[in-house]
Design a protein around this ligand. Structure first.
Ligand SMILES: Nc1nc2c(ncn2[C@@H]2O[C@H](COP(=O)(O)OP(=O)(O)OP(=O)(O)O)[C@@H](O)[C@H]2O)c(=O)[nH]1
Length: 283
């Protein structure tokens, strides 16, 4: 699903999240582990305010493990706990409940002291499009999606998804916008497949991606395309990959669109190995 974000849509998205914050104990901010910076909403701190938050680095199966650890440390240093998860296979799911309980320990102790009966933790998942929100909800809910109805005192009809006995999720996640105004962010989101190709120039994305791979993952690039060395000129690199993989046009010319498509498809399907596009020094 691609959303065209206009100012009105952003305001509405923000309002929807703000309204839901009243119903929950904790926000799960879902980010792409390959882009722990670029896949965040630029106003997230302002939107979430002082509500407890847990960052979930999703698609960790596709990311550079060492960098995922560095990013988790960065979040921790900034007072935000985080967990690396893979919503497709379920890695990290148990930790979500455990860490949430830890974060909310004092709140629930306070409630208990006031005589409030123990209840499950209530959470809201927020994140930019395509980051894996639905996959995570389905994974957490497993087969036992029991939708509870409206809660007394809650005017808007909210559906809750039970996750075991200890957690309840709002079934509609908060969809937030990425940081469009930054061109580099756009390229990174496109390279990982978070933005529909149609709105960006395929060759430009591939140029960005190949330059990035040359700088940060030269070994993986050489191995995938059998390059003895990586040509300095990006055009030469295109030519070599195109030739090797048969992306040709009539007359023996390299088909750059086809080559771009191939490279991007292979990046997104892990053929170039595990990649993280955001680096800590970029902050
Ligand atoms: N490899 C991998 N792929 C994942 C993971 N989580 C989700 N995906 C894939 O990412 C794509 C987007 O997942 P969704 O759950 O539809 O994302 P969403 O955030 O709900 O997207 P919107 O509905 O557009 O807001 C799908 O193709 C998922 O299969 C993960 O942990 N690892």
């Amino acid at each position: 699903m691609t959303i065209q974000w206009f100012p009105g849509h952003m305001a509405k998205a923000r309002r929807q999240v703000t309204e839901k914050l009243k119903l929950i104990d904790i926000v799960y901010e879902l980010v792409d582990a390959r882009l722990p910076l670029s896949s965040r909403n630029p106003m997230i701190d302002e939107i979430v305010q002082n509500k407890p938050r847990l960052v979930l680095l999703n698609k960790a199966d596709l990311a550079d493990k060492k960098l995922t650890e560095e990013w988790m440390k960065h979040f921790k240093d900034n007072g935000i706990p985080s967990i690396a998860v893979d919503s497709q296979t379920g890695t990290g799911m148990k930790q979500i409940v455990a860490v949430s309980k830890e974060i909310l320990k004092e709140k629930f102790e306070r409630l208990a002291a006031k005589g409030v009966r123990h209840r499950p933790i209530r959470a809201l998942i927020v994140g930019i499009p395509n980051v894996g929100k639905s996959t995570l909800i389905n994974r957490l809910a497993k087969k036992n999606i029991t939708k509870t109805g409206d809660r007394p005192g809650v005017t808007t009809a909210q559906q809750w998804v039970k996750v075991g006995k200890e957690l309840e999720l709002l079934d509609t996640p908060g969809i937030l916008w990425p940081k469009f105004e930054d061109e580099l962010v756009g390229y990174k989101l496109a390279a990982t497949g978070a933005i529909k190709d149609a709105i960006l120039n395929l060759q430009e994305i591939a140029v960005f991606a190949l330059k990035f791979l040359t700088e940060y993952y030269p070994g993986q690039l050489q191995e995938r395309y059998g390059l003895e060395e990586i040509p300095e000129e990006i055009g030469d690199l295109f030519d070599e990959i195109g030739k090797k993989r048969g992306c040709m046009m009539a007359g023996g010319y390299i088909d750059y669109d086809k080559t771009s498509e191939l490279v991007l498809r292979e990046i997104r399907s892990e053929k170039l190995g595990k990649l993280t596009f955001d680096r800590l020094h970029e902050i």
